[in-house]
Write a protein of this length. Structure first.
Length: 265
């Protein structure tokens, strides 16, 4: 099946939702018939008893058929859908229709200030560190909107202190730096130091680091507790610089960072 011909997840879920709603209505009819059956038994209304037995039997049969319809109606090809780009494409399309800005870079979705990763084998998405099982595109987009309306948990002052500590440690190992000289350290070296322990690059990815650099840059918090002022460095030649990190801004533009420095205030 070609990806272009795949039924959207939203449409498939909407159709099955209608089928289940029909089964729920049939269940209500069956419940009502069974209550009349019970009432005839309790009162000993023998003339009504046979009629309520028949109507209950028909209502239960109708319920079973509606359930079979709902079960058989869910024939969505999950493997094909999630193995390609169909889910990502539908998320981006749904976000656009619902007025939410989401941008893609390197198979990661940027929904400021969150990074969204698709975990197809687990049938979940990862919003920063939180697993989200609700995959219906309209529901997921509404959830992301709700998250955007909450205060950002990122603490730029604490992150700045972490960068300064790593920067200071690297500076101490460099013999070529002269006193009073503002030294630019590649951010990739800062990241490598912050994630030195085994498994930390998995727990704190380079994309998350780049996002945090951008959030710090946007926060206007520039001075450490010790009075040193941070500076971020990039140039028109960034493309030729190894170790450049990239991030998608909240407006969907790519921003590049290369180095960081701290100077006395």
């Amino acid at each position: 099946m070609e990806e272009a011909n795949l039924v959207s997840l939203e449409m498939a879920l909407a159709k099955t939702e209608e089928d289940v709603n029909s089964a729920i209505k049939a269940a209500a009819v069956a419940l009502s018939a069974l209550k009349r059956f019970r009432s005839a038994i309790k009162t000993g209304s023998l003339r009504e008893l046979r009629k309520t037995i028949e109507s209950s039997e028909n209502a239960v049969a109708a319920l079973r058929q509606q359930f079979v319809n709902a079960k058989d109606g869910w024939d969505f090809n999950e493997e094909t859908y999630f193995s390609g780009r169909a889910f990502i494409s539908e998320i981006l399309e749904t976000a656009d229709k619902m007025g939410l800005k989401i941008f893609e870079q390197d198979e990661i979705l940027f929904c400021y200030p969150f990074l969204v990763r698709i975990l197809p084998n687990e049938r979940t998405v990862l919003i920063d560190k939180t697993r989200e099982k609700r995959l219906r595109p309209s529901v997921l987009i509404n959830h992301l909107k709700e998250l955007q309306n909450k205060p950002v948990r990122f603490r730029p002052d604490a992150f700045l202190e972490s960068l300064f500590s790593a920067y200071t440690m690297i500076i101490k190992t460099r013999s070529e730096d002269k006193p009073g000289m503002v030294t630019v350290i590649p951010l990739i070296k800062i990241y490598n130091l912050l994630t030195l322990l085994p498994g930390q690059t998995r727990d704190y990815t380079i994309q998350e680091f780049a996002r945090d650099i951008y959030l710090l840059d946007q926060s206007r918090i520039t001075t450490t507790k010790a009075g040193f002022i941070v500076g971020f460095h990039a140039s028109t030649a960034t493309k030729s610089l190894r170790g450049t990190i990239r991030v998608i801004t909240k407006d969907g533009l790519e921003k590049k960072y290369y180095g960081i420095s701290f100077s006395a205030g």
